[in-house]
Design a protein around this ligand. Structure first.
Ligand SMILES: [Zn+2]
Length: 853
């Protein structure tokens, strides 16, 4: 299926691929950034092999000036004429006579800018606690921005080793991928720092970081590991140090290979477009993803740090040591790191039940993958822009989910053997996705490639219809759509069944490859649950008698299975396969539910209803929320009990926040204000998992005075998490004037561009500000596209799903306003809006009556 574009696709790829007449093997790079003028100058010597007689050499360069270029061999130097091709992001060197095949050294002198767009070699500015401004210079090269920092063959397949030298002010720290080899003062206030040579790796993994940074003392993680941060934040490094060391050792053991670098720095950068970046030996993070006060942050906030650190560490092997040949393989890189992140965090904190909470991510991926406008996980990628657009929920979450499904199907130890074989065979090299399937087939002797092709190269996912048959179950599969559509796709579905028949409990593992199948369970079925363990990337639609039997036997299901039941029933409701009344009836059976993730599924549904409901029906919705959530919240109470699990403590916060916001519970709002005041007086006694809930409730019910207070707290926050919490609280108020003030903050410099688009996202979802936020975006679109990181704009626009009354206007807007990196994603957002509108059309008129029933 992926080959349907045939020859024309190949031609298009050639337009973006560099010619193959020259290959680099080693870069010697010397860079001197100027943190006052926001520029840098550089020199490089690249060891190249000319493989055929060539009169020209082509490589990537963007926003660079090339002052001189020449090639040298055996003491003879030949000057080149340089031609820049900015539209192609390339430079061409022309020589007066052809270079004969052989080894050369290419020497280039160049200059560039430290931009403020959070890509390439860029500047990050911050103000310290004393109000003093500081500038750091740092890099973000993935996918194709190394070319903004130095002339290079900027394709993942063209691996080379790097010997980096940085010339910086004496008082600044300088970090790169390799450990420091030497440092000497140059006498002019500058110093020269030389780093050890790296292994052969792709350009997108090279990194330089220069600025006023402190580092923790190294800990032994199999290699020296440090946490690097701007001064004054040493107290926020302990958590990252622990998970950093644990996960790095865990991976060396799992992969059966030593860490491929000579040290590892985890570096917190004040301005950072994504969550983190896996530069070998010098991983960069946004501060919220690395620094935290482990005594004060909530469990969810600490989990986020653990997740991201593990994810990046997993990449040191999977991605850095073994790398995809071209960007179509990025899904495997990211999906695998996401999968390993769960595995390591689950091993570190089993009590967090990380694989169970991953169900929430899996369901979020399904919400996109149920659209007509979804895409296959892997597809042909031509331009750099197309590959940058691949970093989405389908790459990460769907990809990780299908790997987990495969791991459970093959068995974890067999899967690991396959991974070890794959890494060992391909280390320092590049691969295609099929190389991994081949390694897993060798380890398992199962038809892995055939099975996985059905998940990787087809868009969408199946829903399995289940009904009872004489002695078991009758199953059939079809593609799940929110909006009715046809498809004859088939998947190889590992269906895991647990059932009770008149003969007792039975389990079965069935690989369903046909449209329909019957499963003999050896007796008449009482109840049956498909997708046992919850690892499958499919939904189940039970015939009425089976659904009724399951809801009568909820206690027989594990929490992850109850999550699956709620999540599948809700998806079917949104898709129009069942009425809302049925879902609400089921939700009320869960008033005694104690599992955090099951509650997240139920509350997610209520939040969706809040989005589609008319203002006049909102009190009825609030009453339904209170009726469903109230009992469970009351059972947990307001105070943590001794011996309570961390997940129960988090659940308390989730339930109370729901009651105090969309449940509009006045008593809860009053109590939240009292508790918040008490915690303010003695922060040591604050319940860390209740804190975020109190802040969101007080914002929801808050006035101008509260707004000013939270804004002050945002500006004086002690930790990245506190800063984040109070910043986003400013999107949760209900007063249009206050919300307008928050909108203004996204453009007037009070909020970092790394956060502004996400702030607008929240304002679009707030039912009190959505249309006002939309008008604001339309009015300021040009400025936003200029200021915000490219990757964040499509994310911001995701929230247009809430604009139910403005569908035509939204559609027209995106027809005339192109979103960079957003081609496919905007279609998905618009379809989600259409799904919401169709749902409202079906259920809206009788909404209040349905809720009251
Ligand atoms: Zn990643």
């Amino acid at each position: 299926m992926r080959d349907q574009e045939g020859a024309s696709a190949n031609q298009q790829i050639q337009d973006y691929r560099l010619p193959k007449n020259v290959k680099p093997s080693r870069y010697e790079l010397r860079l001197e950034p100027d943190l006052k003028a926001f520029v840098f100058k550089g020199e490089e010597s690249v060891a190249i092999t000319v493989v055929e007689p060539s009169q020209e050499i082509v490589f990537n360069a963007l926003e660079l000036e090339i002052d001189a270029a020449s090639v040298e061999r055996s003491g003879r130097s030949v000057k080149a004429i340089v031609r820049l091709e900015p539209a192609k992001e390339r430079a061409q060197l022309n020589f007066s006579e052809p270079l004969a095949p052989g080894e050369y050294t290419l020497k280039i002198r160049f200059r560039g800018i430290l931009n403020d767009k959070l890509h390439g070699f860029y500047r990050s500015q911050y103000t310290d606690a004393a109000g003093k401004d500081h500038v750091a210079a740092t890099t973000q090269f993935e996918s194709t921005d190394a070319r903004r920092a130095f002339p290079c063959w900027d394709e993942p397949e063209l691996k080379a080793s790097y010997k980096v030298t940085l010339v910086v002010d004496e008082n600044l720290a300088a970090i790169s991928n390799g450990g420091q080899e030497s440092e000497r003062k140059l006498g002019n206030g500058k110093k020269e720092v030389i780093f050890k040579e790296t292994i052969a790796m792709s350009t997108y993994l090279v990194a330089f970081i220069v600025g006023e940074f402190d580092a923790t003392a190294p800990v032994d993680a199999g290699t020296p590991l440090r946490i690097v941060h701007v001064p004054g934040k040493a107290g926020l490094t302990e958590w990252a140090k622990q998970i950093g060391a644990f996960s790095l050792k865990y991976f060396a053991n799992y992969y059966g290979l030593a860490y491929p670098g000579d040290k590892l720095d985890l570096i917190a950068i004040p301005d950072f477009a994504s969550g983190a970046m896996e530069n070998l030996g010098a991983i960069t993070f946004r501060e919220t993803a690395l620094l935290a006060d482990d005594k004060a942050a909530s469990r969810a906030e600490l989990e986020r740090v653990a997740d991201v650190v593990s994810h990046e560490n997993a990449h040191m092997w999977f991605g850095d040591l073994v790398t995809m040949r071209w960007w179509n393989g990025i899904w495997l890189n990211e999906a695998f790191a996401t999968f390993m992140e769960m595995l390591a965090v689950d091993a570190w904190k089993p009590e967090w039940k990380r694989w169970e909470s991953f169900s929430v991510s899996r369901a979020a991926a399904m919400a996109v993958d149920g659209l007509r406008s979804t895409r296959p996980i892997e597809f042909t990628v031509h331009s750099p822009e197309e590959c940058r657009a691949m970093f989405d929920i389908l790459t990460y979450e769907k990809g990780a989910a299908v790997l987990r499904m495969l791991e459970q199907f093959l068995r974890p130890d067999v899967f690991r053997e396959g991974i070890r074989g794959y890494l060992k065979k391909h280390q320092f090299d590049n691969t295609e996705t099929s190389d991994l399937w081949d390694a897993l087939e060798a380890a398992s002797r199962e038809p892995v490639r055939k099975m996985m092709d059905s998940w990787i190269f087809q868009p969408g996912f199946p829903i399995v219809d289940a009904a009872t048959s004489a002695n078991g179950l009758k199953l059939s599969q079809r593609r799940f759509f929110y909006l009715k559509d046809d498809s004859n796709q088939l998947w190889h579905i590992p269906v895991m069944i647990r059932a009770r028949t008149d003969q007792g409990i039975v389990t079965r593992k069935v690989l369903m490859t046909e449209r329909e199948t019957t499963v003999d369970l050896g007796g008449k079925v009482d109840w049956a649950f498909l997708n046992e363990g919850g690892h499958g990337f499919y939904r189940v639609h039970y015939a009425p008698e089976l659904l009724a039997a399951l809801t009568r036997n909820l206690a027989e299901l594990r929490p992850i299975e109850r999550f699956g039941l709620v999540s599948d029933t809700w998806a079917a409701t949104v898709a129009g396969l069942g009425p809302l009344s049925e879902f609400l009836k089921m939700a009320r059976l869960f008033t005694n539910e104690t599992d955090l993730n099951v509650w997240r599924a139920i509350i997610g549904a209520f939040n969706y209803l809040d989005m589609i409901t008319a203002d006049s029906d909102r009190p009825a919705l609030a009453a339904a929320v209170r009726a469903t959530v109230g009992l469970a919240a009351a059972r947990l109470g307001w105070e943590a009990k001794p011996g309570e699990s961390e997940l129960d403590r988090q659940l308390r916060g989730v339930l109370i926040a729901t009651l105090g916001t969309i449940g509009d519970d006045k008593e809860v709002q009053k109590q939240a204000a009292t508790l918040y005041a008490r915690f303010e007086d003695s922060p040591d006694k604050a319940d860390r998992d209740l804190g975020p809930a109190l802040v969101s409730i007080l914002a929801h019910a808050g006035d101008a005075k509260r707004y000013d207070e939270f804004k002050r707290k945002f500006k004086s926050a002690r930790t990245p998490q506190e800063e984040q919490r109070y910043l986003f609280s400013l999107t949760g108020f209900r007063d249009p004037g206050l919300l307008r003030a928050t909108m203004d903050m996204t453009l007037d410099g009070q909020v970092r561009t790394q956060n502004s688009p996400y702030l607008m996202h929240s304002l679009l979802l707030n039912t009190a500000s959505r249309y006002q936020a939309w008008d604001f975006i339309r009015k300021n679109w040009e400025e936003m596209t200029r200021k915000y990181p490219d990757s964040a704009l499509p994310r911001m626009c995701e929230a247009v799903v809430a604009l139910l009354d403005r569908e035509d206007e939204v559609k027209n807007f995106f027809q005339t306003h192109r979103v960079r990196l957003g081609a496919k994603i905007i279609d998905q957002h618009l379809e989600r809006l259409a799904v919401a509108i169709a749902f409202r059309k079906r259920e809206g008129a009788k909404f209040a009556a349905t809720l009251a029933a």
